[in-house]
Design a protein around this ligand. Structure first.
Ligand code: CA2
Length: 144
């Protein structure tokens, strides 16, 4: 089983700023934690980040026939991107939306996700654990 993790804009800055909101872990730390769990679960993981909306769209399109599930932290694009939503709907790969922070407990503009309606579900507010829970959910999705 192959699971693709996609990370959106500014997540490359994790660990260097805003530790109060997003924690102290870097994206590399998160990737390492995901890979440790993936090896326990015996699943293959691809893990990417981009600040460019179109690149994320292309990665979603390229996932067709290659990845079983996408776990997506679209970051700010969660709240703005019709293009990412359309790509998920087009490829029909089961997708799980994840967030480090609890977006519902933050500013009003973070309460609405354009991608959630085309995802299986949303995991939000568990810090690094949102990624681990996303991975476990992905394995469950495939099994069902
Ligand atoms: O909580 C999440 O995972 C978010 O997807 C993070 C996004 C935010 O726009 C979403 O509403 C919720 C922001 C990622 C930016 O990360 C930074 C990390 C360090 C310093 C500044 C930004």
């Amino acid at each position: 089983m192959k699971i693709r993790f996609l990370n959106g804009p500014n997540l490359n800055l994790l660990g260097s700023r805003e530790p109060g909101i997003y924690g102290a872990a870097t994206l590399a730390d998160i990737e390492a934690a995901v890979r440790r769990e993936a090896s326990e679960l015996k699943v293959e993981v691809d893990f990417r980040q981009s600040n460019i909306e179109g690149e994320i769209v292309t990665w979603i399109q390229d996932s067709k026939g290659v990845f079983d599930v996408i776990v997506l932290n679209a970051a700010a694009y969660t709240h703005t991107s019709v293009a990412i939503r359309d790509a998920i709907a087009a490829v029909k790969i089961p997708t799980i939306e994840i967030h480090l922070s609890n977006t519902s407990a933050r500013e009003e503009f973070r309460h609405h996700s354009l991608v959630a309606p085309v995802c299986i579900g949303v995991i939000s507010g568990f810090g690094v654990n949102s990624y681990i829970l996303g991975l476990r959910a992905a394995v469950t999705v495939k099994a069902s």
